[in-house]
Write a protein that binds this ligand. Structure first.
Ligand code: RTP
Ligand code: MG
Length: 156
């Protein structure tokens, strides 16, 4: 916690292939929620990258559909930062199933831009530990890609 008692966190956001054309609206939602974008890139995931990213779901019935979907086109991955970024970003996303989101959280990202329980427009890390793992997958700290962490947060 900083001196005001808030907990600055980092989280990994992914705009999935079905919502990449909505990146402008989505970045607006990020800023409206009080978060900022500290790293971003567009990339196309290989089958292996998608499987590693979603390794917690390897045994699930929907795993193949999920990997098929997230490799079907480009995605935008972002590091978001702000107070309680992990939970705030998941709140912006809304419920996993976009149909449920349209009922229960009509202003959420998945309600607005998702289709169903698989094609649901966005991803957010589900814990600080997941965020650390997922950020390292997309923005490895050792390769020198992107701004360094010290430069990164000087404007926050
Ligand atoms: P995410 O990891 O993408 O942020 O989504 P989440 O935490 O809300 O949901 P999770 O349970 O982690 O599921 C990961 C992604 O798998 C797809 N999914 N399909 N029954 C299904 O067909 C099904 N269930 C999940 C979704 O794309 C979900 O976001
Ligand atoms: Mg998840």
């Amino acid at each position: 916690a900083n001196k005001l008692g808030s907990k600055k966190e980092r989280t990994l956001a992914m705009i999935k292939p079905d919502a990449v054309t909505k990146v402008g609206d989505i970045i607006q939602m990020i800023y409206d929620a009080g978060l900022i974008v500290t790293k971003a890139k567009m990339t196309k995931l290989s089958w292996k990258q998608a499987g590693d990213f979603y390794m917690e779901h390897q045994s699930k019935s929907f795993f193949n559909n999920l990997v098929q979907f997230v490799t079907s086109g480009p995605v935008v991955v972002m590091e978001l930062m702000g107070d309680e970024a992990v939970s705030v970003w998941r709140k912006v996303l809304g419920p996993t199933d976009s149909g449920a989101a349209r009922k229960d959280a009509p202003a959420s990202l998945r309600a607005r831009f998702g289709t169903d329980g698989t094609k649901n427009a966005g991803h957010g890390s589900d814990s600080l530990a997941s965020a650390a793992r997922e950020l390292e997958l997309f923005f490895p700290s050792t390769t020198g890609h992107g701004p360094s962490n010290t430069a990164q947060y000087s404007y926050c």
